[in-house]
Design a protein around this ligand. Sequence first.
Ligand SMILES: O=P(O)(O)O[C@H]1[C@H](O)[C@@H](O)[C@H](O)[C@@H](O)[C@@H]1O
Ligand SMILES: [Mg+2]
Ligand SMILES: [Mg+2]
Length: 294
Amino acid sequence: LHAPRTPHAAMADWTDCLDFGISLAKQASEAVLTAFNRQKEVKLKSSPADLVTETDQRVEKMLISAIRKRYPQHRFIGEESVAAGEPLELTDRPTWIIDPIDGTVNFVHRFPFVAISIAFTVNKQTEFGIVYSCVEDKLFHAQRGRGAFLNGEPLHVSGQEDISRCVVVTEIGAERDDLALSTLTSNIFRLLKLPVHGVRALGTAAVDMCQVATGGADAYYHIGMHCWDIAASAIIVKEAGGVVTDTDEFDMMSRRVIAASSSSVANRISQVVRAFPCRRDCGGAPGANGGAAL
Ligand SMILES: O=P(O)(O)O[C@H]1[C@H](O)[C@@H](O)[C@H](O)[C@@H](O)[C@@H]1O
Ligand SMILES: [Mg+2]
Ligand SMILES: [Mg+2]
């Protein structure tokens, strides 16, 4: 059952790729910070709140070309490459899942939470994740089975089991249609009425989710994000002892996620939070879940 399904899995240790990914994330952060206070040319993607800048595109190209030069056989899923028409397909091949700037709205507004998010999968299993919160200079990373770290210090979730003692992080993404907005705002209303201690949103899914790994938040949920927003932070939460789920198994392509300090908190959130229909990023049946509980 555990025999490698492809020759790639025979190379059990991906530390060289992780170290290279971390060095690239630091390089990319320099480019993001150089542009952070400068005038930006902003383009729209899926909605008036889904922005992209030349820096997003340039950073992603830099990351992919550097990785391709070192690992020519590897595959890529990059937010801006997909936006430019590249196919979004996760295979068994070693794959880098890249969000060059997570929090582009923040980047455009100089709201100081922007991150580079890089995940790496083999046989569709995440081997490591890197989230670099550039302005904060906080490098989160995790390697499968080897723990989660913030600037080299080990991370552990809060372990909170009581939803009424939780700080919950979420995002109101780029959707501006009535169904999405009424679903998302009523989710926040129901959580606050439980009550929970607080609801927070930093404007970057990756950094939001890493707060669960630090114990600074106790849960995170999001509907409508994409695989590149959360692929890296998902393994960081899991390696910090947290739970990452959806209705059942976590499926990074489903565009729904719950990350929590404990399964009891994850279960409570899945009872309270409702989803709206989202087309899957790839694979499986088209996104169902029209407003049902997660
Ligand atoms: O900034 P990007 O990479 O586009 O990702 C954000 C997404 O676009 C928003 O819809 C979400 O609300 C944010 O949490 C993501 O970080
Ligand atoms: Mg993103
Ligand atoms: Mg992005």
